[in-house]
Write a protein that binds this ligand. Structure first.
Ligand code: UDP
Length: 367
């Protein structure tokens, strides 16, 4: 059997690309080494609650085309991400906004908050931030950094904030309004039919082979494909010939609790260093669940090792340089297109993955 495309990985990038390719009349085979489709947005149902098995995914975008694209397959509820952070015995709203500042300094107005932050920033006198710590201090001052950023970030990345690139923290917005919405995108929500339905919709009518490794598939010589779309780890594709890129992994400790509401919010971050997990997700709150029980997942970050799940690429200088070497190597493979979080070694949000897959398809099919 001959396919136009072999798509390695049934996550968002692979599924969007496959969908677009099928629309162009191309034949595709999608393979995945896991026993389910969906990549890391896959959910499993426990106690009638959809559990984000590979970490919480909240869809948000400013890209209207991407929003309309996903809405062809699922509709979205009105969930707005408004996490809270617990530091020792104090509780703060995230992202950093007037609710946070009011609680931290017992103040009320944006002027008061700005004044406090400004005086802390001036005291530090950081001109050109060289790392995450300096960037964070320059953005929010000492109090917010020490209570809400330092411990969480060092746990999540397993590195000192002084060794981390500044751009990670640029994801964290700073606001002088009483607005707890973590994202500032106009479109946000959780699919009412679930993320699995989104992937099923994308892959409808497309052949999928699960529990199939790329290396294994390659050995099945009767199969052939004109081109490959590879969404696995780019370094693994090249047999780690220049060495392994670094990732952070997360292990999830998921529990069913015999109560209907454990923490009153979908996402609660634990920002002090002494608590080993970074956050607790209570899955039912993504969908305003009214089930009698609840399911929570504690997230324990760790360094990735072969055999564990690679979640976050560590985009520091050392790894970026190594990735560039793999990118050069990728150019010698004109019939292989690399994409997705692992193929592009990028800390991607879902909408950016979809955008990248749509763009790759546009380029490929000239449409
Ligand atoms: N972060 C932080 N304190 C928090 C939450 C996040 O300092 O309470 C920082 C941390 O460095 C983290 C980055 O912000 O790596 C991005 O976090 P976010 O929760 O947006 O990323 P996610 O893990 O959800 O992709």
């Amino acid at each position: 059997m001959k396919y136009d495309y072999l798509i390695v990985g049934a996550g968002l990038f692979g599924a969007v690309f496959a969908h677009q390719a099928k629309k162009q009349g191309k034949t595709c085979l999608v393979i995945d080494r896991r026993n389910h489709i969906g990549g890391n947005i896959y959910c499993e149902t426990i106690e009638d609650i959809r559990v984000h098995r590979y970490g919480a995914h909240i869809f948000h975008t400013s890209d209207k085309e991407v929003w309309e694209y996903v809405n062809q397959f699922v509709s979205f509820n009105h969930y707005i991400n408004a996490p809270v952070a617990i530091y020792k015995d104090e509780l703060y709203n995230l992202p950093f906004n007037m609710n946070t500042f009011s609680k931290m300094w017992n103040i009320r107005t944006p002027q008061e908050a700005k004044q406090i932050i400004q005086s802390q920033i001036e005291e530090l006198n950081i001109q050109d931030p060289q790392n995450l710590e300096e960037q964070a201090l320059k953005l929010v001052g000492k109090d917010v950094y020490e209570k809400l950023i330092q411990g969480y970030t060092e746990k999540q990345w397993g590195r000192s904030c002084k060794e981390l690139p500044a751009f990670i923290i640029k994801r964290l917005p700073l606001r002088f309004t009483y607005d707890n919405n973590y994202f500032s995108d106009p479109y946000q929500g959780i699919p009412i039919e679930g993320y699995n339905a989104l992937i099923e919709g994308l892959l409808q009518g497309i052949e999928v082979q699960l529990s199939t490794d790329y290396v294994q598939w390659n050995k099945q010589t009767e199969h052939q494909a004109e081109k490959i779309v590879y969404t696995g780890m780019i370094d693994e594709f090249f047999d780690f010939c220049y060495g392994a890129l670094e990732y952070r992994t997360v292990s999830f400790e998921t529990e069913v609790l015999d109560c209907d509401n454990y923490q009153g919010n979908a996402v609660v971050n634990y920002t002090e260093k002494e608590i080993p997990y970074t956050r607790i997700i209570e899955h039912k709150h993504f969908e305003f669940g009214t089930q009698r029980k609840t399911v929570i997942s504690k997230e324990y970050p760790a360094e990735w090792q072969k055999g564990s799940e690679p979640y976050y690429p560590v985009n520091d200088e050392k790894n970026q340089q190594l990735y560039q070497k793999y990118q050069q190597l990728a150019k010698t493979q004109p019939n292989v297109l690399f994409g997705g979080r692992l193929g592009a070694y990028r800390y991607y949000d879902m909408d950016k993955v979809i955008r990248a897959a749509l763009d790759a398809a546009k380029q490929e099919f000239d449409c």
